[in-house]
Write a protein that binds this ligand. Structure first.
Ligand SMILES: C[S@@+](CC[C@H](N)C(=O)[O-])C[C@H]1O[C@@H](n2cnc3c(N)ncnc32)[C@H](O)[C@@H]1O
Length: 411
């Protein structure tokens, strides 16, 4: 290319920027990716396609163009369907519909396979671990399971659900994945426009709802005390405290954690980090006996108060209210085993490393995001821990979410 001659400025050559938003593309759909979509390629660019399945050919409308890197699209017509495609049971599933579910159009067995592929892929990509993964079904089928849910409120005061990646509130009427009876009293009421509503249907069938408006919680329905049953015990906890969403998830997680923990001698010390109301601390305390110690760390005062009440019969349990990252160094130990069940973003590299430095023989990680889990496992590998058992449960059917319990052991 010749140099521009002074005074005869050549027009600047701008890179061709084509915004594909709203374009219709015909795509051959490839593998599933983390987040409830599949990967396709078009003219060398990656397109994340929702409402499609691997192996399908679809016509997809681009919903977002991330400017050169990738696009998002919704399959609006299926040209060649997967044999495992089904009619979504919910009329609000599909393009432009409710953002709560990702896989209503897939057979439940395929949903579990897709989640298994995602877990295996995240472990491979982020932790360098090649492993076959199985996602286990929980009892009860794919519908009627969601005991906890957050709804938005329409401008005319009706509870609804948000469209995918949008602030739009859809007046859904009912939700087929919600636990039976959970939404009825909520849908009948008028709520403050733009508020959010937190709903819990507990094991006794009582519905608790709290309106959240301008940062303030207003109890609206139910006694506010959720009655739950799990790990062979009864639990009364504030409805706003964490509890597993699927009615069978708490028992499945506890069983997998105990399997991961393995033999724990009476008198041993165990840590239950991010312990909530003590779901995992309780069976650990039964294992170590009254002369042992289970240190439960939890930051939510409502949960620690519930743990104090629910575990009052277990003298081994010591409840520490605080943030794990702040209190870790001062905890009684050393622990023979650590269980960590952090929020979705996981421990993070720094905290995973600090935890590994405590020297426990085994660390059991409970995780609802396979990417966060893989990053934490990778961080622990730098400190000599290797992935041992891995269980995964379809605790969120119809969605892309999955619950994992992974045990890492010191080499
Ligand atoms: C996924 S829940 C697990 C609760 C419990 N293990 C169970 O299964 O019921 C995560 C818990 O961690 C608590 N939490 C969040 N951030 C925390 C932090 N930095 N330190 C301690 N607890 C935290 C939350 O309040 C929540 O109860």
């Amino acid at each position: 290319m010749s140099a521009p001659v002074e005074g005869t400025a050549e027009p600047a050559v701008e890179p061709a920027v084509t915004d594909w938003t709203d374009q219709l593309l015909e795509l051959d759909v490839g593998a599933v990716a983390h987040g409830g979509h599949c990967v396709a390629r078009h003219e060398g660019r990656v397109v994340f396609v929702r409402h499609a399945l691997p192996g399908e050919r679809v016509r997809a409308a681009v919903t977002e163009d991330a400017g050169g890197s990738f696009c998002r699209a919704d399959a609006v017509a299926v040209l060649v369907a997967s044999p495992q495609r089904v009619e979504p049971p919910c009329p609000w599933a599909g393009p432009g519909g409710c953002g709560g579910c990702d896989w209503q159009h897939a057979e439940p067995a395929l949903q579990r396979d897709l989640k298994a592929v995602v877990i295996a892929e995240q472990l491979s990509r982020l932790a360098g671990i090649e492993r076959e993964v199985t996602v286990e079904e929980l009892p009860g089928g794919s519908l009627d399971w969601r005991t906890r849910m957050r709804m938005a409120v329409t401008d005319d005061g009706r509870a609804g659900l948000r469209a995918h990646r949008s602030h739009e509130v859809l007046p859904v009427g009912d939700c087929p994945i919600a636990a039976p009876g959970a939404l009825l009293p909520v849908l009948e009421r008028e709520w403050t426009p733009t508020a959010e509503v937190e709903i819990v249907r507990d094991a006794a069938g009582e519905v608790h709802a709290t309106e959240l408006f301008e940062g303030v919680r207003h109890p609206a329905l139910g006694s506010g005390t959720a009655h739950e049953q799990a790990a062979g015990r009864e639990w009364d906890l504030p409805a706003e405290a964490f509890w597993q969403v699927h009615p069978h998830a708490a028992d499945a997680v506890v069983a997998a954690v105990l399997e991961g923990v393995g033999d724990l001698a009476p008198g041993a010390c165990a840590w239950d980090l991010y312990g909530g109301a003590g779901l995992i601390a309780a069976p650990l305390a039964e294992r170590v006996g009254p002369e042992g110690r289970v240190v439960l760390v939890e930051s939510d005062p409502a949960a620690t108060a519930a743990a104090g009440r629910c575990l009052a019969d277990l003298p081994a349990v010591q409840v520490v209210r605080g943030r794990v990252e702040k209190v870790l160094n001062g905890l009684p130990g050393p622990p023979a085993v650590v269980v960590a069940d952090p929020p979705r973003k996981g421990l993070g590299r720094g905290l995973a490393g600090r935890l590994a430095e405590q020297g426990a023989e085994r660390i059991v990680l409970v995780a609802c995001d396979p990417a966060a889990l893989a990053r934490d496992v990778a961080a622990m590998a730098e400190h000599g821990y290797r992935l041992d058992a891995l269980r995964a449960f379809d605790a969120f059917p119809m969605t892309h979410h999955v619950e994992c319990v992974a045990t890492v052991r010191r080499k």
